[in-house]
Design a protein around this ligand. Structure first.
Ligand code: HEC
Length: 275
């Protein structure tokens, strides 16, 4: 027994430094999101703040090719309900997101090139809700050239595409570590982040306390920005989550009522049959 304990202790001593090995990738930090569980929904105000962080910070490098402005006003989207200016404290919904004034306003701040139907010339026009989010770079080569050779990934489905999802995004944004392990060498433009596979990332820290001005009294901290933008990206990756959950619940209730009816019918049918 003594020998067993000694061997075990020796093995444990050997294994501990290995576990804390330098350059090891950390698992994302757990976070309690509002949309978890069968009844969880997105928090619209959080999605709005997350969109603001994306727009003001991330959009200069990361595209969201699959998103149109109108998606922001669709059922389940960040701007589905707007404060009703005529009735204080009430919310208003625009069934057609193309009529949603906030969506129209966001789209109109961008310009797109179009063809003038009369002259055939290229013209600049204001964005409309049906337009896709603009891409910060003309093409992949330009994106790579502007970022030290690394292309910033598109964000349309990033939360679904990465193991750890929103928690990974949040941890990565907050996880930069200035103490670089000895076995990692950083080239110019590279940063150490233990939440990124391999630890070496071409994106530097993006979020700093106070960098984005929120209108409400939500804390303006890097942690809050990271949480909000991760929530927004989670919504973008699955904009119909709330409908999907409602449908699932409806199906379960239907099946329950249907089973009860079938059971009652079965009892009725066989009531007078000896068996
Ligand atoms: C100055 C340009 C720039 C900005 C601004 C920027 N990023 Fe990045 N980001 C990059 C680049 C470049 C990469 C690719 C890094 C690599 O592959 O080494 C990257 C990678 C990432 C990744 C890792 C994706 C993966 O492959 O797992 C995430 C997540 C990310 N960015 C989130 C954000 C968020 C959220 C914001 C806004 C708060 C943001 N980034 C702002 C340039 C930027």
């Amino acid at each position: 027994m003594k020998r067993f304990i000694a061997t075990f202790a020796a093995l444990a001593a050997l294994a501990t430094p290995a576990l804390a090995a330098e350059g090891e990738t950390h698992a994302p930090e757990a976070y309690n999101w509002s949309w978890e569980g069968p009844f969880g929904t997105f928090d619209d105000e959080q999605l709005q703040r997350g969109f603001q962080v994306y727009q003001e910070v991330c959009a200069s490098c990361h595209s969201m090719d699959l998103l149109s402005f109108r998606n922001l006003g669709q059922p389940g989207g960040p701007f589905e309900y707007l404060p009703d200016l005529e009735h204080e404290g009430e919310l208003i919904n625009y069934p057609n997101p193309n009529d949603n004034p906030v969506v129209i306003d966001i789209a109109s701040r961008y310009t797109y090139t179009a063809i003038d139907p009369e002259t055939g010339e290229e013209i600049e026009r204001q964005g409309i809700p049906a337009d896709r989010f603009p891409n910060p770079f003309a093409n992949r080569a330009q994106a790579a050239a502007s970022n030290g050779g690394a292309v910033p990934p598109d964000f349309s489905v990033i939360v679904k595409a990465r193991s750890g999802g929103a928690e990974y995004i949040r941890s990565l944004l907050l996880g930069y570590d200035s103490e670089v392990p000895a076995d990692i060498t950083l080239l110019p433009g590279q940063h150490y982040n233990p939440y990124f596979a391999g630890g070496v990332l071409a994106m530097g820290p993006q979020l700093f306390d106070g960098a984005v001005s929120y209108t409400g009294d939500t804390p303006q901290t890097a942690e809050q920005y990271a949480t909000d933008v991760a929530a927004f990206l989670a919504w973008a990756s699955e904009p119909h989550m709330e409908q999907r959950k409602r449908m699932g619940l409806g199906v379960m209730i239907f099946l329950l009522i249907f089973s009860i009816l079938m059971w009652l019918a079965y009892r009725q049918l066989w009531a007078n049959v000896k068996h």
